[in-house]
Design a protein around this ligand. Sequence first.
Ligand code: HEM
Length: 412
Amino acid sequence: MDDRAGCPANERFDPFGPAYLADPYPTFAAVREETPAFYSDELGMWVVTRYDDCATVMSDTDRCSARNAQDPLLPFGPRATAVLQDGFGFVPTMTNLDLPEHTRIRKHNLTAFSNRRVAELEPVIRDITTSMLDSMLAEPRFDWVSGLAFPLPITVIFELLGFPDSDAEMLKAWTTERLVMLFGRPTDDEQVRVATNMRDFWGYCVDFVARRQRDRSDDFTSALLDIHDADNSAISIQELTSVIFGLSIAGHETTTNLLTNTLWLLLRHRSQWDEVCVDPSLIPGAVEESLRFDSSVNAWRRYSLVDIELGEGVTIPADARILVLLGSANRDPRHFDGADRFDIHRADARRHLSFGKGIHFCLGAPLARLEARVVFEELCRRAPDLILADQEIRFAPIISFRGPTELVLERG
Ligand code: HEM
């Protein structure tokens, strides 16, 4: 247990408060200067705020474990626990697995998630983007999130895994709302609903893997099964099924929020939007700067195995849960010049920590970057006159993922 006596605290940190959810950056700036690391009573976690300390905690596998990365923020109640005890067989595979087992599983995933497989998705992503834009841009006013940013990444990840198109609607219904379960404070009823969806989706993944064992295709699941068949100690069927289950979360709302945050930022910095529309080669830089400036994953978790001394002599005790404020690290003026300035020409934007650091560095980063590039190439070409409608921007009450739940747009 944490020894909290004498721990630094910071009253400003109110991670579920409306002001923080709407714009956490003033809080990040203040806590980063006042208390580089502090204990949050509300979360029962140590919070780390500065770039160097965040990078250390994320990447130091001798002193920090990733075992809590997928734990629910609040323990599940008895009703949701009962649902999950009834046939939910998920086991840690990557994000929340430590060395040495992590290396075994990640190595095989890198093989299956090859550059070739990601590159082959480009025409698929372009086709899906084109058809979603055709529908949206036919309207004078539309919501970007429900029209493209939400359905596109989930359609792409299902294509990668090999799920049939005919199951898409059912799968979408099962796989939404899970973020609030892991990173928010769901009500008891919400917990039961999401737990039931998780259990049903797990059952779907088990059946799907069994089908693919009999009938292979050219997809990620078949590639992992080939690795299993060649050496069944490489990755078990339960681990493989857990990878499939996990990727459907990892590859989904992270990218929804990337697509939404990037567009929201560009439209609020109109001259930079205009530049990108004139010269699409600026798109990758704009995406990287959006990941730095307002990341879709602005906090991640670790667990201290021993006492960890951070900058300015703050020591996080052993056996503590840690929240690493990636979004604060990305705005640390010790690391980025003019850190609060959004600048698509920034040369070092790619040094952001939004995809993590070290052995757990996001496996899907190339796919997320590809999706964003293709979407903005198509959007900028077709709708350079896009403007933001008058609206109140809202965010889900969760501590790790950030992006507007709706973004209403109009043609100028
Ligand atoms: C903008 C989009 C995304 C962001 C911001 C993001 C962010 C992250 C972060 C912060 C981590 C933890 C890194 C660490 O612990 O050091 C992570 C890990 C991971 N991400 Fe992503 N992610 C994104 C998209 C994706 C996509 C599209 C996929 C899959 C298709 C994916 C799959 C994974 C996996 C499998 C891991 C665990 C890797 C490991 O533990 O070895 N992510 N991601």
